[in-house]
Design a protein. Structure first.
Length: 121
């Protein structure tokens, strides 16, 4: 009373992308090589540190957060963030070709026929 059943099963698993935290904006530290900017940075940092009102009752974590925020605000105003450099060879034509390939791949995954596979390749 038992029948042998045979079948083929195809499964496409998506690749799991794990990110290790968030991207951090980098400060343009090369500006500190200029003596004028370095002097301005030191002066403003000294002024903001002197103007902080840190009491003895506060915990070490709150004190650290106050100092950290003061340093961040001074570096944002004086030094600024580093601009992201892009690859010079990746222009609009590369971007359009990338988008066409992406669309062809999506069409191939939706309907895997020979004509769709030819368009993708």
């Amino acid at each position: 009373n038992h029948y042998l059943v045979k079948g083929n099963l195809k499964i496409k698993l998506k690749k799991l992308i794990s990110r290790k935290g968030t991207l951090v904006d980098r400060y343009n530290v090369n500006k500190l090589k200029d003596t004028n900017i370095c002097g301005i940075f030191k002066q403003q940092l000294h002024e903001t540190m002197n103007s902080l009102n840190i009491s003895q009752e506060e915990t070490i974590d709150t004190k650290w957060n106050v100092v950290k925020d003061a340093i961040k605000t001074v570096t944002d105003t004086v030094i600024g963030k580093q601009k992201r450099t892009r690859k010079p060879w990746f222009n609009n034509s590369c971007k359009e070709a990338f988008n066409r390939r992406k669309e062809a791949k999506n069409q191939l995954l939706d309907d895997p026929t020979c004509s769709r596979q030819y368009c993708f390749l």
